[in-house]
Design a protein around this ligand. Structure first.
Ligand SMILES: Nc1ncnc2c1ncn2[C@@H]1O[C@H](COP(=O)(O)OP(=O)(O)OP(=O)(O)O)[C@@H](O)[C@H]1O
Length: 250
C-alpha cells in the first residue's frame, strides 16, 4: 500500500477464515488502521490484490459489500450526531447512514436494534442522546451499530481506547462472549494493549513498519519474543485464563 510515495504496508499475505477472531498489535504508525481500511473495502491496495468476503477489491461494487462488513472506529463515531438517539444511531446502520432523516424503517429493524442494544448491555438506553453517554456506553453503542446488519466480518479499531478499567473490563467481557459464540462473524480487532484482547480470540498479527512480524494462531504469534521483536524493546508477556498482560522485561 503506497500513499503519497510512502510505502505503508508491504508484502502482506494474510487471510481470515469465518471462524477466526484476530487481534492486530503494533507500534504507532505500523499500518494497522490502513490494513483495517482495506479489510473494510474503504481503500484498495496499490499493488497486489485484496479479497474481502470472496470479492476482489477493485472489481466489486463496494456499496454492495460494505453492508456485510461491520466497522467500529473513533473516526466513525465522530460522524454520529451528538443529539441522535441511541436507537436511531444503531438502526441507521441498516441504511449505512449516520443521522436519521426520513428513512422508513421496518418493524423488523426496530426489533433487531432493540435486541442488539440488549446484547451490548444497553437495555434502557434507546431514547438517550448519543452525546450524553459515557465513553464506555458510546463504545458499546458503536459496536451495537456495527453488528446491526448481522455482518459477515466485524472490524474493530481500538474499541477499548480511552475507557476506564471498569468500562474496559465490561466491554472486553461482552466482546469475549460475542467472540465465543458460534454464530458470530469473523472478527478483526486492532488494539494497543494485550490487556484488551478478549477471551476467545484465536489469532494474532504483529505489525511494525508496514510489515508482518508474526501472524497465526495466538499462542504462537503472540509471545514475549514476538512482542520484543515488534516493539524493539524487551517485553514479558503473561497469559492467565485466556487474558494477557505485558510489561517491559526486568
Ligand atoms: N493518506 C496518507 N498519506 C500518507 N501517509 C499516510 C496516509 N495515511 C497513513 N499514512 C502513514 O502511514 C503509516 C501507517 O498509518 P496507520 O494509521 O495505518 O498506522 P497505525 O498502525 O494504525 O498507527 P496508530 O497506532 O498510531 O493508530 C503512518 O506513518 C501514517 O503517517
Amino acid at each position: 500500500m503506497v500513499r503519497d510515495g510512502n510505502t505503508i504496508l508491504d508484502d502482506i499475505d494474510w487471510s481470515v477464515a469465518s471462524d477466526e477472531r484476530w487481534v492486530i498489535l503494533g507500534p504507532n504508525g505500523a499500518g494497522k488502521t490502513t490494513l483495517l481500511q482495506i479489510a473494510a473495502a474503504a481503500m484498495h491496495p496499490t499493488r497486489g490484490t485484496a479479497e474481502v468476503l470472496q470479492e476482489s477489491l477493485g472489481k466489486v461494487d463496494v456499496f454492495e459489500l460494505r453492508p456485510m462488513i461491520g466497522f467500529a472506529s473513533t473516526a466513525m463515531a465522530r460522524q454520529i450526531p451528538r443529539g441522535e438517539s441511541v436507537i436511531d444511531t444503531v438502526i441507521t446502520a441498516a441504511y449505512s447512514v449516520t443521522g436519521r432523516w426520513n428513512e422508513e424503517y421496518e418493524g423488523i429493524d426496530d426489533r433487531r436494534a432493540q435486541r442488539v442494544l440488549k446484547e451490548w448491555g444497553l437495555d434502557g438506553f434507546a431514547d438517550r442522546r448519543f452525546g450524553s453517554l459515557s465513553d464506555g456506553e458510546q463504545k458499546r453503542v458503536q459496536i451495537a451499530r456495527s453488528v446491526m446488519t448481522d455482518p459477515e466480518l466485524l472490524l474493530l479499531d481500538e474499541p477499548a481506547a480511552s475507557l476506564d478499567l471498569g468500562a474496559r473490563e465490561e466491554l472486553v467481557a461482552l466482546l469475549g462472549g460475542f467472540a465465543s459464540s458460534a454464530t458470530s462473524p469473523a472478527i478483526v480487532m486492532v488494539t494497543h494493549h494485550v490487556e484488551e484482547i478478549p477471551e476467545g480470540f484465536t489469532h494474532a498479527m504483529l505489525l511494525a513498519d508496514g510489515t508482518v512480524r508474526a501472524a497465526g494462531p495466538i499462542a504462537e504469534a503472540l509471545t514475549s519474543e514476538t512482542l520484543t521483536e515488534t516493539f524493539g524493546m524487551p517485553i514479558e508477556l503473561e497469559e492467565h485464563d485466556g487474558r494477557y498482560t505485558a510489561r517491559a522485561a526486568r
